[in-house]
Design a protein around this ligand. Structure first.
Ligand SMILES: C[C@](O)(CO)[C@H](O)COP(=O)(O)OP(=O)(O)OC[C@H]1O[C@@H](n2ccc(N)nc2=O)[C@H](O)[C@@H]1O
Ligand SMILES: Nc1ncnc2c1ncn2[C@@H]1O[C@H](COP(=O)(O)OP(=O)(O)OP(=O)(O)O)[C@@H](O)[C@H]1O
Length: 334
């Protein structure tokens, strides 16, 4: 099949439903999930400025949606809580995704993108990455460019370390800088509460603080000599068996000391969630959102209510996971 043929008659991707070709020019809405890192093992600082990771991602039911509509130029708008913190210029990850996909197909990036934002901005829950994955999928469908799934995942990795997982969803181990994914076996659904903080934390600043703390602790390792990070077999077994108690015991985030160092008030948030009956709590990724694993839906509601009353966070949200990755709301793309 030639490249021209592929564009004329999009080949179904491996995860696609077998649906009729989509009429061109109709707006496409894709939603993509937030993530929590149930294990984030951070290795040494690499020469390219990234850290090697063993990053166990779990997608949760907080979503952003991105709608791509026909337009001659590239336009972006954003609504929802936190929209004021989202840049509406070429640095927006959804805009970068549209430009990258257009360049890959040698076409103009004409699209009107609208983000309906529900994932906290700079909260350690990969909201910008969700928008990038959603925009890629929405533009690919709107433009009829029929990019194979493996190529979409490569484009995601160019956009950011967390972006491939926003496309993949579920539960996955991210190696390398987090972009090299292997899907993990998981049973059932886990119940989470997220304590949202006022203001964000900068991801590079948190990684820098992690290096600084390690060097200051005199571990005998400089930032570029840390042992290779590995997934915890007990955590993988807990996911496989759907055992929330065992997962609670294995939750781990090497960035947590750095996030706490930059935002000491998060210690009170973690204490409040644990005191309210959560099985365990940890900083989500680079923070400052804190994630609490609970025994069931009723317990999640009780923990969320107690966290809101505690005054140690801006708001608390319940969520479940794992959930699927980026997908069209009307079911036209996988
Ligand atoms: C903290 C996590 O959210 C955990 O999933 C991710 O590691 C961050 O992923 P992300 O936000 O997609 O980050 P990127 O946009 O790829 O990188 C932003 C910056 O974070 C730092 N960074 C990121 C990923 C990584 N494995 N090592 C790093 O040191 C680098 O300073 C990098 O310049
Ligand atoms: N579409 C977008 N949504 C939110 N932030 C964006 C977007 N595009 C660019 N940004 C910029 O990226 C920064 C980080 O945003 P994001 O919400 O992805 O952080 P995060 O959830 O902490 O990321 P991660 O967990 O992947 O490290 C923001 O402060 C903002 O300046």
């Amino acid at each position: 099949m030639t490249e021209g043929d592929r564009h004329a008659t999009p080949a179904p991707r491996s995860t696609d439903a077998m649906t009729a070709p989509r009429p061109a020019g109709i707006p496409v809405t894709v939603r993509a999930p937030a993530k929590v890192n149930v294990q984030l093992a951070v290795g040494g600082l690499r020469p390219d400025g990234f850290h090697d990771l063993a990053n166990v991602f779990l997608a949760v039911s907080l979503h952003d949606t991105v709608t791509a509509s026909p337009c001659d130029t590239l336009e972006i708008t954003c609504t929802g809580p936190g929209a004021a913190q989202v840049p509406l210029d070429d640095t927006n990850l959804a805009v970068r995704a549209a430009r990258l996909l257009a360049a890959r197909h040698g076409r103009a990036p004409g699209v009107r993108l609208h983000i309906d934002k529900d994932i906290p901005v700079a909260g350690g829950m990969a909201g910008g990455s969700a928008d990038a994955a959603a925009a890629l999928l929405a533009c690919d469908t709107l433009w009829g460019t029929a990019t194979p799934r493996a190529e979409l995942l490569k484009l995601c990795a160019e956009l950011g370390s967390d972006v491939p997982f926003a496309l993949a969803g579920g539960v996955a181990l991210g190696r390398g800088r987090g972009e090299l994914l292997t899907a993990l076996e998981v049973t059932g659904t886990f119940h989470w509460v997220f304590a949202l903080a006022d203001g964000g934390l900068s991801t590079p600043a948190v990684y820098r603080e992690c290096d600084r703390l390690r060097e200051a602790a005199g571990t005998g390792f400089t930032a570029d000599e840390v042992p290779a990070p590995e997934p915890d077999p007990e955590l993988l077994a807990a996911l496989r068996e759907g055992d929330a108690g065992a997962l609670a015991g294995a939750l781990a985030n090497d960035l947590q000391p750095a996030a706490l160092s930059l935002r000491p008030a998060l210690a009170a948030t973690l204490d409040a969630g644990r005191a309210a009956g959560a099985l365990a709590g940890l900083v989500s990724g680079s923070g400052p959102s804190c994630a609490f694993l609970t025994a069931d839906a009723a317990s999640a509601l009780a923990v969320a209510e107690a966290l809101e009353k505690s005054g140690t966070c801006r708001a608390a949200r319940t969520a479940t996971g794992p959930v699927p990755g980026a997908a069209a709301v009307d079911g036209t793309v996988g």
